[in-house]
Design a protein. Structure first.
Length: 164
């Protein structure tokens, strides 16, 4: 049996358990599915170059590392957004405590609105509006057409605006 077939069989046999593991790490089933898919791609690439001694353990390690990277990235993005909104609210620039409080409440609402979005929509919106990625790059990352990606971002923005 070719190495690729064995690799796929191993992945498919453990996919459900990997998704459950990733869900426990991320707290989000949609993100867990994405992490496991990314883990599969990385595993397949690694196993095509060399023999992997413990393939199941290696898959779990990839999933864990991807989950930790995701957690770090989201933490950094949220801090960046909070800092940007604090700067926009003018904390320390002579604006009242009331204006700062309103800005923080707006941030809380936006973060809640982002959490309510479907996974693809949230990723597209965060990459484009918060990460500064070009529309074509977001579309390529998500494996979607540029027009559909644009529609997702527009839908996400409308949702956030309604929540504010």
């Amino acid at each position: 049996m070719p190495q690729g077939d064995v690799t796929l069989e191993i992945f498919l046999a453990h996919r459900g358990a990997l998704v459950n593991y990733a869900s426990a790490l991320t707290g989000d089933h949609g993100r867990a599915e994405d992490l496991v898919q990314e883990a599969w791609l990385r595993y397949r690439t690694a196993s095509s170059d060399r023999r992997v001694d413990e393939p199941v353990g290696y898959l779990y390690r990839i999933v864990r590392n991807l989950a930790l990277d995701l957690r770090r990235r989201l933490s950094i993005e949220r801090r960046h957004v909070a800092a940007s909104l604090d700067d926009a609210a003018g904390e320390g620039d002579g604006l009242s405590a009331e204006a700062a409080l309103i800005a923080r409440e707006d941030l809380r609402r936006i973060m809640a609105a982002l959490d309510e979005l479907p996974e693809r929509t949230r990723i597209a919106l965060e990459m484009h509006r918060l990460g500064g990625c070009k529309l074509k790059d977001v579309a390529a990352h998500l494996g979607l057409s540029i027009s559909f990606t644009h529609a997702l971002i527009k839908e996400g923005l409308k949702h956030c605006q309604r929540r504010l």
